[in-house]
Design a protein around this ligand. Structure first.
Ligand SMILES: *[C@@H]1O[C@H](CO)[C@@H](O)[C@H](O)[C@H]1NC(C)=O
Ligand SMILES: *[C@@H]1O[C@H](CO)[C@@H](O)[C@H](O)[C@H]1NC(C)=O
Ligand SMILES: *[C@@H]1O[C@H](CO)[C@@H](O)[C@H](O)[C@H]1NC(C)=O
Ligand SMILES: *[C@@H]1O[C@H](CO)[C@@H](O)[C@H](O)[C@H]1NC(C)=O
Ligand SMILES: *[C@@H]1O[C@H](CO)[C@@H](O)[C@H](O)[C@H]1NC(C)=O
Ligand SMILES: *[C@@H]1O[C@H](CO)[C@@H](O)[C@H](O)[C@H]1NC(C)=O
Length: 465
């Protein structure tokens, strides 16, 4: 089975929100409030993609929900305000037209990219994969906003590695581990990718060093390496290139590393393109007690349920996935937004939580949404979320449908309320100008989102989890 591409199922859980199961009524959805469903959270129902010889899937969980591996879920949960601050840092980092691709990491011998990666600690979903031979389980964040994957490696003391609950990966205990040599094409390509050529100024010139700085100055530096990556028993990727992290600095949570799903050559998606065609998908469930999936490969059949819009490359580089939004509707009524407002495109991202819209579009959305929600008292802003409600005392809430229209005349109705509200706030912000926007993961809930670089499109399948 090892050589045949198989199914990789992902369990996925997300936090939040009011409640499940709404009732549609002419552009509005009636939902019970959270107080009416106050049961102890537990992980239930594992969704997965149907068995397909062209795909592989792995379990995926929200890192703070009950479906997350205990080692990660038991770490302290950051406050909403803290999550929103991290999320804003991630959005501005991704969108920044920062001058210069590299900066010098103080105290380190490498210079590192500022235009790649993202704020690691704002990412929200984890998968557990097997590293090495014999395979050791490692729980890593999934990130469509960066490419190079890494885990913390031995030898690494408490000042060089942050605390993680799982044992550190020990390359010396794996029969398939190998460092990438300095003089290899792979190491030279790493330098071209903006990770710096760690071979140019090191005393130990036999090892290829990588360095990454994420949006909030979190950094990882280590040895570029190859290893066998086991997605699930019987489904292994040999010679997977990743970073063996020997020095991490910043505010990382307790996960063991990161899985890069961007479009550049270093990502898992690009490295497995020969097998899976450069396609992958995931489904983010509406709450943190149910599960979704992450899958490599596009479905061979059954794409009829998907709504497709063209995938564009990003001026920020090959990492990001860009789609063109053309309109927004609230309560079934299309908002009056000039199409030019969306001309810079929208990056679609798994790790950004809150959608950042061009300012003109956000302003129109906010006005229409507030008008439709005028029965409920507004609360002061929570960080940059400025449309928050006090639902105390309401046994149910009527939320207008919010629909996004994309190039190709494809319209998706966001799940109500899980895809519209985060902590009783409208899960959108204005980007400050009519520049590139970002579609965050709240809006993506319950859709299977298929990123298919090979066919040049992004697909949305509603009600997938
Ligand atoms: C799961 O979601 C519920 C409802 O939003 C929330 O009260 C709870 O704190 C969440 N659990 C975790 C572990 O985040
Ligand atoms: C795809 O469709 C064909 C014909 O209907 C069927 O034989 C095959 O089993 C399907 N494959 C999958 C993976 O569902
Ligand atoms: C493994 O990958 C490295 C780096 O990409 C490459 O130099 C090497 O030739 C590969 N080895 C095999 C056996 O494919
Ligand atoms: C190499 O590294 C040393 C010490 O970190 C530094 O002083 C020197 O300027 C570097 N040389 C080059 C060519 O970057
Ligand atoms: C929300 O409304 C309830 C009932 O009207 C009120 O008691 C409470 O103080 C309000 N909460 C906030 C944060 O304004
Ligand atoms: C929704 O709430 C309103 C006011 O709290 C109440 O009058 C109405 O009966 C509720 N509707 C349902 C279907 O629960």
């Amino acid at each position: 089975m090892a050589s045949s591409p198989l199914l990789l199922c992902v369990i996925f859980c997300s936090y939040c929100l009011v409640a499940l199961g709404g009732r549609h009524e002419r552009g509005f959805v009636l939902v019970p409030t959270s107080s009416s469903s106050a049961s102890e959270p537990a992980c239930s129902s594992v969704s997965q993609v149907t068995s397909d010889p062209n795909r592989a899937s792995v379990p995926l969980a929200h890192r703070q929900g009950p479906c997350a591996p205990a080692s990660v879920a038991s770490s302290g949960k950051p406050s909403l305000a803290e999550r929103l601050r991290r999320d804003r840092a991630r959005r501005s980092h991704i969108l920044s037209k920062a001058s210069g691709r590299t900066v010098t990491l103080s105290g380190a011998s490498v210079s590192i990219p500022t235009s790649l990666g993202a704020a690691v600690d704002s990412l929200e979903y984890v998968v557990t994969l097997g590293f090495g031979t014999p395979a050791v389980q490692q729980t890593v964040l999934i990130d469509t906003g960066s490419d190079l994957s890494w885990v913390q490696c031995k030898p690494c003391d408490s000042t060089a590695c942050y605390p993680q609950k799982d044992p550190l990966f020990d390359p010396t205990a794996s029969s398939t581990y190998a460092p990438v040599p300095c003089d290899s094409n792979a190491c030279k390509a790493l330098a071209d990718g903006g990770y710096n050529d760690g071979c140019t100024n090191r005393t130990d010139s036999s090892l290829c060093q990588y360095g990454i700085e994420y949006g909030n100055a979190d950094t990882t530096v280590g040895v570029y390496s190859t290893e066998t990556l086991t997605l699930k028993p019987g489904v292994a990727i040999r010679n997977f290139s990743f970073g063996c992290g020997l020095r991490q600095q910043g505010t990382f949570d307790k996960f063991d590393g990161l899985l890069g799903l961007g479009g550049a050559p270093e990502s898992l998606v690009s490295q497995t393109a020969g097998t899976y065609g450069g396609a992958f998908s995931y489904c983010l469930p509406p709450g943190n007690t149910t599960t979704g999936f992450l899958a490599l490969g596009a479905p061979s059949n059954n794409t009829a349920d998907f709504l497709f819009t063209p995938l564009h490359s990003s001026p920020e580089g090959p990492t990001f996935y860009v789609v063109t939004m053309t309109g927004i509707s609230v309560g079934g009524k299309k908002l009056d937004i000039p199409p030019a407002v969306f001309s810079r495109g929208m990056i679609i991202d798994s790790g950004t939580v809150i959608t950042g819209l061009p300012e003109t579009a956000y302003s129109a959305l906010r006005t229409a949404f507030r008008s439709a929600m005028s029965a409920y008292p507004l609360l002061p802003p929570k960080e940059d979320l400025d449309t928050c409600y006090n639902f105390t005392g309401f046994s149910n809430v009527t939320v207008p449908t919010v629909s996004l229209t994309f190039d190709g005349d494809v319209t998706i109705d966001l799940d109500a309320p899980s895809g519209i509200l985060l902590d009783d706030c409208l899960a959108f912000v204005g980007a400050g100008s009519d520049d590139t926007g970002i579609i965050g993961n709240v809006n993506q809930r319950t859709f299977e989102v298929l990123y298919d670089s090979g066919r040049g499109h992004v697909g949305f399948r509603p009600g997938a989890c």
